[in-house]
Structure formats: structure tokens, C-alpha cells
Design a protein around this ligand. Structure first.
Ligand code: SF4
Ligand code: SF4
Length: 172
């Protein structure tokens, strides 16, 4: 897969929490230009390491050009780059994505839901996070056996919150 450039997308500058900036997840970064297009980050050469290193799944080369996060309303992050629990699941299931909703309700839009179902049909486990907060998991997309394997991992490794979500999941 060939990495892409972000174009006019700025979603990670709102969705992600950046500890160095004391920016909570879901808050628009103070350094983000108000203009819809153009400069983007006003401190691009000195932006934090977390910003420099972040690569969403779309930018890393997955999906079609028209599934860029600002167009579909979900920003997919490889689970390895997120929480301890998700990293643990990722050791078991190498293709696990965290789907941050860029705006509330984005996952309910049929085209976006279909995109996540397409990933699930390829064997990917997709955990949907509500409005940027990683601990507010919403939906789970993935093959039933993959969801059940993740559930077993949570039981064995004492992650009750994530386990609860997986047990309530109606896998697509
Ligand atoms: S969400 Fe992805 S495509 Fe959009 S600005 Fe961030 S890294 Fe670039
Ligand atoms: S510092 Fe720049 S790159 Fe980092 S979140 Fe803010 S606007 Fe985005």
C-alpha cells in the first residue's frame, strides 16, 4: 500500500487527544487554521511528535480515495496505536481497527456502515468509538469468530469494559 497525502482532511486534529498540547480527544486543536482549506496546522514545522507520527488507515493506503475520513465521517486507526487493551487484542488479531466517529452518528450513515462491513468481510475487527473518546465504544464490526476470539482474550486478560461491549455486539 502506498501512503497518501491528507489533502484538505483535518479530522485527526480534532478527533485525537494530544497529551503534549493538553488537547482532549474530540476538541478542535487550537493550532488548526479556521480556513476550511489552505494552511491547516499553524505550527506545522514544530508540531508535536504525536502529530508527526500519526497515520490513519486511509492515509496509510487502505480503502478508496473517496473514503477519506472527512468524507465518510470515520477515521480508522490501527489498534496497535491505541490503548493497552486494544494492543492486546491486536496481538491476537493483527487486523483490528479503532474507528473514531468524526461527528456523532456518522456510523449510522448507510455508505459509512457499508464501508465498515466491507472491512469486516475481509476479517478485520472494527471497534467504533463514540465521538473521539476511546473508552466509549459503540458498535463492533467483524466476523463472529473474530469477535468471539477478542471476547475470550478480554476474559482471560481482565478487560471487563471491552468484554462487555464485545458480548453485547451483534457482529456484522
Ligand atoms: S485523519 Fe488521516 S487523512 Fe485526515 S488529516 Fe489525519 S492522517 Fe490525514
Ligand atoms: S498541532 Fe497541528 S498537526 Fe497537531 S493537532 Fe494541532 S493542528 Fe493538528
Amino acid at each position: 500500500m502506498n501512503p497518501r497525502t491528507c489533502g484538505d482532511c483535518r479530522e485527526c486534529c480534532t478527533v485525537l487527544g494530544i497529551a503534549e498540547l493538553k488537547k482532549p480527544p474530540g476538541a478542535r486543536c487550537q493550532h488548526l487554521s479556521r480556513a476550511l482549506t489552505g494552511a491547516g496546522c499553524s505550527r506545522y514545522p514544530t508540531r508535536p511528535k504525536a502529530c508527526q507520527e500519526y497515520l490513519c488507515v486511509w492515509r496509510a493506503g487502505s480503502g478508496d480515495d473517496d473514503t477519506r475520513p472527512d468524507k465518510v465521517g470515520v477515521m480508522l486507526t490501527h489498534a496497535d496505536n491505541t490503548s493497552e487493551a486494544c494492543r492486546g487484542i491486536n496481538n491476537l488479531l493483527p487486523y483490528s481497527y479503532i474507528a473514531h466517529e468524526c461527528w456523532a452518528g456518522a456510523v449510522a450513515v448507510p455508505e459509512t456502515r457499508d464501508l465498515l462491513i466491507d472491512y469486516a468481510s475481509l476479517g478485520v475487527l472494527v471497534l467504533v468509538i463514540k465521538w473521539g473518546w476511546w473508552d466509549e465504544l459503540g458498535r463492533v464490526f467483524g466476523p463472529k469468530d473474530v469477535v468471539h476470539a477478542a471476547d475470550r482474550w478480554c476474559q482471560d486478560n481482565n478487560h471487563p469494559n471491552l468484554m462487555g461491549i464485545l458480548q453485547r455486539a451483534d457482529p456484522d
